[in-house]
Design a protein around this ligand. Sequence first.
Ligand code: ASP
Ligand code: MG
Length: 473
Amino acid sequence: MKFGGTSVEDAGAIERIAQIVTTRRTQGMQPIVVVSAMAKVTDMLLTSGNAAGRGDRNGALAISARLRNRHLEVASRLLSPATCPAICKVVDAEFDSLDEVLRGLAAVGELTARTTDLVASFGERLSSRIIAEAFAERGLNAVHIDARTCIATDAQHGRAVPQDDLIAERLAASVLPLSQAGKTVVMGGFIGSTAAGVTTTLGRGGSDFTAALVGGALDADAIEIWTDVDGIMTTDPRVCPDALRVKTISFEEAAELAYFGAKVLHPATILPAVRKNIPVLVLNSRNPENDGTRIISIAPHCRSPFKSIAAKRKLTIIDVVASRMLMSHGYLKAIFDVFDRHKCPVDMVSTSEVSVSLTVDSNEKLPEIAADLGDLADVKYEGRKALICLVGQNIRGQNGIAAQVFNAIRHINVRMISQGASEINMSFMIDEDDANEAIRSLHAAFFADPDPDIFDVEARTIAQTVLEAGSRS
Ligand code: ASP
Ligand code: MG
């Protein structure tokens, strides 16, 4: 069970997750718990590290002081007078050592990737200690394990690569026996250490990765990712109020959605679980009765072509037109070299014989990029565009899907189209101002009669009944 930042953001949230873990234990399961830092803590730690690196000693220490107070307050709300002083001592000692690091950084005026990892690691180190203690007091028979003693990684700071065999060995030696003895093991996500014992991190949002590594190594029955949404939806409910929860989705489909803005989880991080065929569930710690979304390796059969519609906004289209390109080679390479030089990722590409259109996240480098491209061809760029992406395993080999898609948005001007790169994704670019309208039209066209095995149709029926009852009275 992995609980993200918002699921452990304060004493109330931690009370809720203690209840959730208790329920699993009473259902006869033996959970191992991986927690994130409390919400926003990692960001603040990184800000304090950066301040220190710039020589702003007081700024850095002020952030650390705020974090210290927050952690002490959460601990004192959660823990009884019998255990609180001991844990507050641990919290104080951790912050004393963080402050020492920050003072050192400020004195040297330099922040390396290695020290950034050290600073960032405090969030999970602290949250996991406090939560383990809170669980212990609530009858969960909890023990804390420092994740750095089992999550072995290489030394690529900021995005360290886990050493699977070593991790499996260490977890089998330390965590498994505790779990088998009925203990609830609690550990921090995101952090690890090198062979030399130097602290590393797995990259932002890395706690999901830790959960998948632990679940994968110990052959868990399931990996539960607890967040603050009901799972993956057919589209953003803020845009389209009759969006439905997707009950089951394949790993491949979830991955496509994540790349295009559905921020529930980063699917690459759950690969260790998918490889071993362990189902991953996305669940809501504020609504634990909800079944969430189940991510499995092979998609179940579904009546409708699509599972979900995602949108990515604030994009810019760059049109590169060069008649010289006709029948020549090496032109695309020259164009992409420009983006590479400016370290600018490209989202979507479509080409004709003499022109290339690309889309990028709006970024400050655009004038420079356009100037460099101008040496090769005529260049135009236009901002405020949105990418709409429809994902579903069933597009494969079905006739007439494109016609249905473009018929549904026939009143909207489409600037670029891409399909076939991934067989399960169909995407196109439109003006940002048209995005909500396009999403609603597509949703109405493809989710009017949703497959009840795949989508939570019941929720819609209940919502409609409430609405209708409301309008009658
Ligand atoms: N606390 C880390 C972050 O904010 C890891 C995580 O939350 O998964 O990136
Ligand atoms: Mg997170």
